[in-house]
Ligand binder design. Structure first.
Ligand code: 5GP
Length: 206
C-alpha cells in the first residue's frame, strides 16, 4: 500500500475552507483531516477535540518542547499547531491527510516535507471575503480588521502554492479539490517503484 499525500490547504480567513473540507470528508473516504491545537478560545458551537484541541499557552509550549508539533505559527494573537502523531499514523495507513493551516505553517511544511501538495483557496473577490467575514458574526470588528490585514500578507504568498482553488460554487470546489489530490497520486515521482519495475522489464527487449 502506498503512503498517503500530505495536503496543505490555506486561504484567507472567510474563504470558506472549513466548509469545503467538511464536504470533502463527507463525500469521500480516503481523507483524514488533522485537528490542530490552538490557544484561542472556542467559538460558540465549537467543541474540544472536534474543531480544535483548545489548550493553554503553557500546554502549547510543552508540546513545542516535546517536538509533538510538525509546525506551529502565531496568527492574530494566538498560537496554532499541527500534532505530529496523527498525521504520521494516517499517512502510513495510506490516507491523504489534510492540514487546514495558515501560510507560515504551510511554508514550514513545504520546507520540511517537500513532497506535500499545497492548495490555496480564495473567494472570487475581496468584497466577497469581507462580506463573508462580517456575515459570520463570530468575531469582533477589531479581529475582523486584523484578519483582513492579514489577508494582504497571505495574498503575497499565493504563488508559493501548487494550486489555486476559487471557491465560487461549493460543490464544484469540492470536486476540483478531490480531482487535484487524486491526480497527484499519478505523478511519476510518486510512483518510482512502478517506474523502475517497468524499466527493468523492458530491458529484456533491448
Ligand atoms: P481560526 O481561528 O479562524 O479557526 O483559524 C485562524 C487561522 O489559523 C486559519 O487560517 C487556519 O487555517 C489557521 N490554522 C488552524 N490550525 C493551524 C495549525 O495547526 N497551524 C497553522 N500554522 N495554522 C493553523
Amino acid at each position: 500500500m502506498s503512503k498517503g499525500i500530505l495536503v496543505v490547504v490555506s486561504g484567507f480567513s472567510g474563504a470558506g475552507k472549513g466548509t469545503v473540507m467538511k464536504r470533502l470528508l463527507e463525500q469521500y473516504d480516503n481523507y483524514a483531516l488533522s485537528i490542530s491545537v490552538t490557544t484561542r478560545n472556542p467559538r460558540p458551537g465549537e467543541e474540544d477535540g472536534r474543531e480544535y484541541f483548545f489548550r493553554s499557552g503553557e500546554e502549547f509550549e510543552r508540546l513545542i518542547r516535546e517536538d509533538a508539533l510538525i509546525e506551529y505559527a502565531r496568527y492574530v494573537e494566538n498560537y496554532y499547531g499541527t500534532p505530529r502523531s496523527y498525521v504520521e499514523e494516517q499517512l502510513n495507513a495510506g490516507k491523504d491527510v489534510i492540514l487546514e493551516i495558515e501560510i507560515q505553517g504551510a511554508m514550514k511544511i513545504k520546507e520540511k516535507l517537500p513532497e506535500s501538495l499545497l492548495v490555496f483557496v480564495t473567494p472570487p473577490s475581496v468584497e466577497e471575503l469581507k462580506n463573508r467575514l462580517e456575515g459570520r458574526g463570530t468575531e469582533t470588528p477589531e479581529v475582523i480588521s486584523s484578519r483582513l490585514a492579514r489577508a494582504e500578507e497571505e495574498a503575497e504568498g499565493m504563488e508559493n502554492y501548487d494550486y489555486l482553488l476559487i471557491n465560487d460554487d461549493l460543490e464544484e470546489c469540492v470536486e476540483t479539490l478531490h480531482h487535484i489530490i487524486q491526480s497527484e497520486h499519478y505523478r511519476t515521482h510518486r510512483n518510482l517503484k512502478f517506474v523502475n519495475r517497468i524499466k527493468s522489464e523492458t530491458k529484456v527487449f533491448a
